[in-house]
Design a binder for this molecule. Structure first.
Ligand code: DX5
Ligand code: ZN
Length: 218
């Protein structure tokens, strides 16, 4: 399976956003990870539809929209229209997870299902045949720049085993505290899509992206 880098623009310098996106795309990042926060499901507030539609036109990357919002079913249509290709929702944020997954599918988009650090891997099992991707949060969602929670590795292993046992075609994405120094253990545990904010956007963006890609392709 091919490994994919999904830089999280939450860590970007927003006055240089267009150039930063060009740089990550040119250096091999296939996805763009877009973190939406509502101040309710998570304490912070980030950005929503207008910023997404504006950057949609400057890249061909897959728009990987991570909705850290309560009852995301309310906004599927809006994010599709703004340019999402893949929408990830939080299991903990939905009254009816299956209906939310179905709404994303019916909008013609790929579906990701995410769990917070305290939610067990087993919670994903009932939805395995309905989703394209699992997103394992390796920090408490809400802020960039936090430290990777080591117990996430066991959760990734358990989910990779679950996916293989079920024989489904489901990606495993991991998000939070991933840098060039620890990405290999995340891949070895069974992840194939890597989110990184600070590890890509702090410092030399081109060099950071290339370093990640080298490890992802090795
Ligand atoms: C956290 C977000 C992450 C975050 C990752 O709630 O979902 O995508 O931007 O940032 P880093 O890589 O800095 O931990
Ligand atoms: Zn995220």
């Amino acid at each position: 399976m091919e490994n994919i880098l999904a830089p999280s623009i939450l860590a970007a310098d927003f006055k240089e956003l267009g150039q930063a996106i060009k740089t990550i795309e040119e250096n091999g990042a296939e996805y763009l990870h877009y973190d939406v926060m509502d101040g309710i499901f998570v304490p912070s507030i980030s950005f929503g539809m207008p910023v997404l539609s504006s950057i949609r036109s400057c890249t061909n990357q897959v728009m990987d929209v991570h909705l850290m919002i309560t009852e995301p079913i309310r906004y599927i249509k809006e994010f599709k229209e703004a340019g999402a290709d893949l929408i990830t929702i939080h299991l903990e944020a939905c009254e009816d997870v299956a209906a939310t997954i179905k709404a994303i599918r019916e909008a013609g988009l790929k579906v990701g299902l995410s769990i917070k650090p305290a939610t067990e891997a087993e919670a994903i099992r009932p939805y395995l045949d309905q989703i394209d991707m699992i997103l394992v949060m390796s920090v408490e969602p809400g802020f960039g720049g936090q430290k990777f929670i080591p117990e996430s590795l066991d959760k990734i292993r358990a989910l990779r085993a679950m996916v293989e046992e079920a024989g489904v075609d489901v990606d495993i994405e991991v998000d939070g505290g991933i840098y060039q120094a620890n990405v290999k253990e995340v891949l070895d545990a069974g992840a194939n899509i890597i989110v990184s904010g600070s590890g890509v956007f702090k410092g030399d963006i081109a060099k950071n992206t290339r370093e990640f890609m080298e490890i992802l392709n090795s």
